[in-house]
Design a protein. Structure first.
Lengths: 121, 710
């Protein structure tokens, strides 16, 4: 039931977290640890790919909220991508689209980071 | 028993006194002063010494005496007896007359000396005989009692025969052959009993040395004594004069003493070379026993660690020891020859006679290669010559104070969980036994540590359960106890907390004459912190909603700021606030990131979802910007349902959610039956759908049934 995993890929300066399974109060600490490790290593460009995530609870959303401020203060961002309608609905209901950039495709999200660093305008 | 013993002693002493008087009287009235064949005297002597002997023998049963004490006491009795003989000879020097073999004291002073010597001999013989008898029964075997019975029988026979054949007794002469046979039998019995000395093995080296000394002097004294008492010397004559029975008994006791001491001396001497080794083995055994006792004392983890190093030193006679546990066992699996993976580390060291700095020096800055040596090998590592062992770094080998070292792994379920290291100052001082003992010891430590960890975990779990219970009680007490009711509307509400995740909240507020507020919310997180946020929300609502002019939107906007300040970053609250104006028949509401409001009119259901983000997410203007208010003009038999996501997200075995469609259908079906009936129907449908006893999430539903007729 509460099986969950985070896979981490690196593309250029962007870290991509691939979430799999159920993200709830029991599994949230694992995602928290992944975020914490990245922040400790000063990696602040993060894309979270939700394509394999079946369920997210408020505790899972809490993890994103926990780190967004630190990430943005360090000129980075947490961008979200590839949400299933069910997962998107949870984000939407809570008003997260107003706080996070949500993309249909990981490519777009990564591109957004890379373009920004290419032309620092 | 105690009283009987005292009476026995009293009778013995009284008999002795009476007999002494009798002997003096006899000496005065008869010319020879001899007491041959005197039955009254015999009876009194038997009572005095028989009773005294029995008393001495029984008195020892009360407490178990240690063999060394018994040997010491026997030796002391022999020494005092020798002294007594010396004093009597020097002061009185008694002389005796002999007529037809019958011996008698030559003078009154000789008689006195005789009596003193006789009583002294008797007491000494009793002490010696009972002491040695008890020694026979130390570590008794099946044959012990039989051998002792044989000794008593043979000794009694010998004493009796000596009495009958002695000129001072009955003077029967034709018994030489029988006497010889019985004497040989008695000697065999003495030897049989004296050879029972297995207790010597169990003595420590120091005790063995003391025993050796005692037995040596004891042997010499008793040889001297038995020669004195047996030959025609003063003592022998005095005893014969007094009573042949006593004389024979003293002889037997002194022989017993000499034999026991002699055999004891030789046995101890033979055991002496192995004494040190034996001591060590005994120590090892007792330490292992201590350790197994330690397994049950696992409630204090630090104490367990400290005791472990302490016992490790004791068991191995080491100079310094330390114990470390490996943190995060899954990352530290030694795989034979491979490297130990990074991450985690050695934690919680317990040190003895060595400092953390020294260990750091010993292991190098990154804990290599010493720890690696053992972690790779996964079996004990013995460093016999610390200075020359090439497995160690050159800098490590230069460390002072270490000659040899043993590293043993602690393991649990096939994984290494820590290491125990013991060092000695001398090189080549650990043998294979020491390594084996330390290994066995390490196994016990592993079990103890694992037990301790399990206990700690169960305590933590219990505490968490307690906390959840408190949170649930808090949550329940925050919910309204009574709901308002009026002719033109009715309300029903219910919140069912899930086992762990408790964050749902609802409230119904009577604002002013014609307005009622409804709140349904969901606090992210769980336990006590969720319950505390809930209490805060309730408090803020109760103060803000007093403002009659404020819209639902205004109130939520005003709420957001203090909540953002007080809440943890990762926490937020989704909430729907609705206000019913009973005069106007309107319901206006705002939604802060919460589930939509369900409105059912004439079998037609619609979900109303005005814009708005959850409380506590954004402290800036975005919250206010996002938030909208909506209003409905109610018609009779309209039903409004406020709920949390626990309702729509309730899943069945196939992972299908209850979903808003089912909720809408259920409410439409039951709409005509009033708020309570609708609520019941919803809860039952959800329960039926998920078909589980325990819900994953809290379920909260608030139903407003508008009858109208304003």
């Amino acid at each position: 039931m509460s099986e969950f995993s985070v896979g981490v890929r690196q593309r250029d300066t962007v870290s991509i977290f691939e979430l799999k399974g159920y993200l709830d109060a029991h599994t949230a600490p694992e995602l928290e640890k992944t975020f914490q490790n990245h922040l400790n290593e000063s990696r602040f460009n993060i894309v979270v790919n939700f394509s394999d995530l079946s369920y997210i609870s408020s505790a899972g959303l809490g993890v994103l909220m926990q780190f967004i401020e630190d990430v943005r203060q360090n000129e980075g961002d947490i961008k979200l991508s590839n949400m299933s309608p069910r997962v998107y609905n949870v984000f939407d209901l809570l008003g997260f689209p107003m706080l996070y950039e949500i993309f249909d495709d990981e490519e777009e999200a990564v591109g957004k980071f890379l373009n920004k660093s290419d032309n620092p305008s | 028993m105690k009283l009987r013993q005292r009476i026995l002693l009293l009778v013995a002493v009284a008999s002795l006194v009476l007999d002494t008087v009798y002997v003096f009287v006899q000496h005065a009235i008869t010319s020879s002063g001899a007491l041959e064949g005197d039955l009254f005297h015999t009876a009194l002597v038997l009572l005095a010494f028989g009773g005294g002997g029995w008393y001495a023998y029984r008195a020892g049963d009360v407490e178990e005496q240690r063999p060394m004490q018994l040997i010491g006491r026997t030796m002391l009795a022999g020494t005092l007896y020798l002294l007594l003989i010396g004093i009597v000879k020097l002061t009185a020097n008694p002389s005796f007359t002999e007529v037809n073999g019958i011996v008698a004291p030559a003078s009154f002073s000789s008689l006195m000396a005789t009596i003193v010597l006789a009583i002294g001999s008797g007491v000494c013989a009793i002490v010696v005989f009972t002491g040695l008898s008890r020694l026979v029964f130390v570590k008794r075997r099946k044959s012990t009692r039989r051998n002792y019975a044989f000794l008593l029988t043979a000794a009694s026979g010998y004493v009796l025969l000596a009495f009958i054949s002695s000129p001072n007794g009955f003077g029967v002469t034709a018994l030489e052959t029988v006497t010889l046979i019985v004497s040989v039998l008695a000697l065999i019995a003495l030897l049989l009993n004296a050879f029972h000395f297995s207790w010597i093995l169990m003595l420590s080296r120091r005790e063995k040395l003391i025993t050796l000394l005692l037995a040596f002097f004891g042997f010499i004294f008793f040889i001297i004594l038995s020669i004195y008492a047996g030959s025609g010397e003063t003592v022998s004559r005095a005893l014969q004069t007094y009573h042949p029975l006593l004389s024979a008994f003293v002889n037997i006791a002194l022989d017993f003493g000499a034999l026991s001491m002699g055999i004891g001396f030789v046995s101890t001497l033979l055991h002496l070379p192995t004494a040190k080794e034996f001591d060590r083995k005994k120590m090892e055994i007792s330490t292992l026993q201590n350790m197994s006792r330690l397994i049950t004392q696992v409630f204090d983890f630090d104490e367990l660690m400290a005791t472990t190093t302490h016992l490790a030193l004791e068991v191995s006679e080491g100079h310094a020891a330390w114990l470390e546990l490996i943190n995060g066992r899954s990352t530290h699996r030694g795989n034979g020859h491979g490297n130990v993976t990074d991450g985690g580390g050695l934690v919680g060291p317990s040190l003895k006679n060595i400092t953390a700095v020294e260990i750091g020096q010993l292991c190098g800055s990154d804990g290599k290669p010493l720890r690696e040596l053992m972690l790779e090998a996964a079996h004990p590592v013995l460093v016999q010559d610390f200075v020359a062992d090439l497995r160690l770094d050159e800098s490590t080998r230069k460390m002072k104070g270490i000659g040899a070292m043993v590293l043993v792994p602690l393991s649990s379920h096939g994984e290494i969980t820590g290491l125990l290291c013991v060092t000695r100052k001398e090189a080549f001082s650990f043998d294979k036994d020491a390594v084996n003992v330390l290994s066995a010891f390490a196994d016990m430590v592993s079990v103890a540590i694992e037990n301790s960890t399990l206990i700690r975990e169960s305590i933590v779990k219990e505490r968490m359960e307690q906390e959840l219970l408190v949170a649930q009680q808090m949550q329940q007490s925050l919910l309204p106890q009574q709901l308002p009711a009026a002719p033109h509307y009715d309300i029903a509400a219910r919140s069912i907390p899930a086992y762990e995740v408790g964050g749902d909240y609802y409230d119904v507020l009577s604002l002013d004459g014609n307005r009622i507020g409804f709140v349904v919310g969901d606090v992210s997180g769980k336990g006590v912190s969720a319950a505390l946020y809930m209490a805060q929300v309730k408090g803020i609502f109760q103060s803000l909603s007093r403002d009659g002019g404020a819209s639902t939107r205004d109130i939520l906007v005003r709420m957001n700021t203090p909540l953002c300040e007080s809440m943890e970053r990762k926490s937020f609250i989704s909430l729907l606030y609705a206000v019913l104006d009973t005069d106007a028949g309107t319901l206006s509401f705002s939604r802060a990131g919460h589930c939509p409001l369900l409105h059912v009119r004439a079998g037609e259901a619609r979900f109303l979802q005005p814009e708005g983000m959850a409380l506590g997410l954004d402290a800036g203007g975005r919250f206010a910007d996002s938030l909208r208010e909506e209003s409905i003009l109610l018609e009779p038999d309209d039903v409004v349902v406020l709920y949390t996501d626990g309702v729509t997200e309730a899943r069945n075995a196939k992972e299908e959610e209850f979903a808003s469609e089912r909720l809408a259908e259920t409410v439409a079906r039951a709409a005509a039956h009033g708020a309570q009936a609708i609520l019941d129907e919803i809860l039952q449908s959800v329960h039926h759908h998920s078909a589980r006893a325990e819900a994953d999430d809290d379920i909260t539903v608030l139903v407003l049934h508008w009858r109208g007729g304003v």
